[in-house]
Design a protein around this ligand. Sequence first.
Ligand code: PEP
Ligand code: MG
Length: 586
Amino acid sequence: MSDNAEIRFEGIGVSPGIAFGRVHLVREDIDEVVRYQIAPSQVTDEIGRFEAGLIQTRMQILEMQQRIAESIGAKDAAIFDAHLLVVEDRTLIDEVLRKLKTDLCNVEWAFQEVATRYAETLSKIDDPYLRERALDIQDVTKRVIRNLQGKAPKAFLSLSQPHILIAHNLTPSDTASMNRDNVLGIATDLGSRTSHAAILARSLNIPAVLGLHDITAKMETGQHVLVDGSDGWLIVNPTPETLERYKQIESRRAKVAAQLKQLRETTSITRDGRHIVLSANIELPEEVDAVAANGAEGIGLYRTEFLYLNRETLPSEEEQYETYRKVAERVRPNPLIIRTFDLGGDKLAAGAVDIGDELNPFLGWRAIRFCLENQDIFQTQLRAILRASTVGNVKVMFPMISGLDELRRAMVVLEESKQQLRSSKIEMAEKVEVGAMVEIPSAAICASALAREVDFFSIGTNDLIQYALAVDRVNEKIAYLYEPTHPAILRLLKMVADAAHANHIWVGVCGEMAGDVALVPLLLGLGMDELSAAATLVPRVKRAVQSLTIPECRELVGETLKLNTASEILERCLQLADNRYGDLLG
Ligand code: PEP
Ligand code: MG
């Protein structure tokens, strides 16, 4: 793509806004080794990376060897002995270390140089055994380099020039740790609306278009692009006319945003007087300023696992307590709902916690399942939350509850954590409300039983939809099947809301559905008491709530329950939304 014609690519707009700038392309081509200089003070770190890379490679070879031995036989598995010899070859390792110190270059480069020279020398010798050894070295070299690159600090996270970041994929930890001031916009091959990278981009207010399939293969660093995160366009070499049109769109959006700002101090009451609690979701403690600034009534979901990403050690009880306390103080007397640790799925901790590779991470060792097996980590967090309850209106919420047994097990750990504090005479609030996230279909179907044992429900529609419809929430290839208005979802939401009210507890929605103004009428009609969305979306949701009446929303639900397709239901929702606040939809 070298000429200057304008080209448009359509993806999934996941974080609204417009950004224009030069591309920085992150290539996934991890076998391409680049050389960079290191300072003498970095040599120890590079040696550490080298050692870790060799250990990791050794473990991988041993694992492969065992798998082959079990499935084919020990004789075939013996070929890996030669591979093991390479990672244990002292002469080779010492030479890499020497090169690292004398050339002051990164370890991937040093290793590749030395290993390639070894392999070349062996391959030239006229001896079949030694030629085989050369192949072994090449094979193992690739593996070591891949492991080293997996551990290398990602250079794009600290770029100092403003840029539009284009990458194959961004993990939630990449998004949380990049230099936000310089990232004007984001575009990626993979991902969708409810992937955690998208959720974070929204919270950080960075326009983003994901799910562009193979955009990284088509782009080059330095190109001019426009990211339209509202409508999902990546426009390469935008013409002056396109830029002008976007300027006008921006100014219209700015006008709507200014009107929405006026709503900050108003309450979210429907036209017929029903108060719907409007809260914000946060991932990072520094987002707390945006909560009140956008007129939210507290925090409906604090995704605490982001405390654990990007670090090598777990935060101590004290550190967590300090963080939760500060957030609670900032939002009091409004509630702060702290969700316990939801690692797993697309949120993998860097070094602090090892979930391991799983074939189906979203169905795997995630959230409460992980915590119940790691009670030290769980109790440390629960004690920190309980201690923070003395300074604010703190509630605790368990993620990924699949049924009553699991909920009860979590309650037992909570009770034990309280006991530990009591016996150490450490203060906590008299009563700390406990909620369950309803985000697994089994929990929705058995909601009545759960409702009798908690103080509130918060429906995690991001996961509820992915599990009910069997649609991986981060897979852009099947994003078209991810339909919040699917008749099955409507029924599940109704079951949960009805079960909550029959048992006199409140129910909210904290998935991305709560921030979609087209769907707010449906959620109000279903009886939701609270909606919690990214802080920047709260003013829009408030306008929607203030424009609607509960009877018209109930009527909408009655009608849509008779419809059998997601598109028909969506169309009916859009009709009502368009009648009441059409300017927010465009
Ligand atoms: C959800 O699943 O809807 C939710 C709010 O939690 P998360 O997006 O962190 O999985
Ligand atoms: Mg979830």
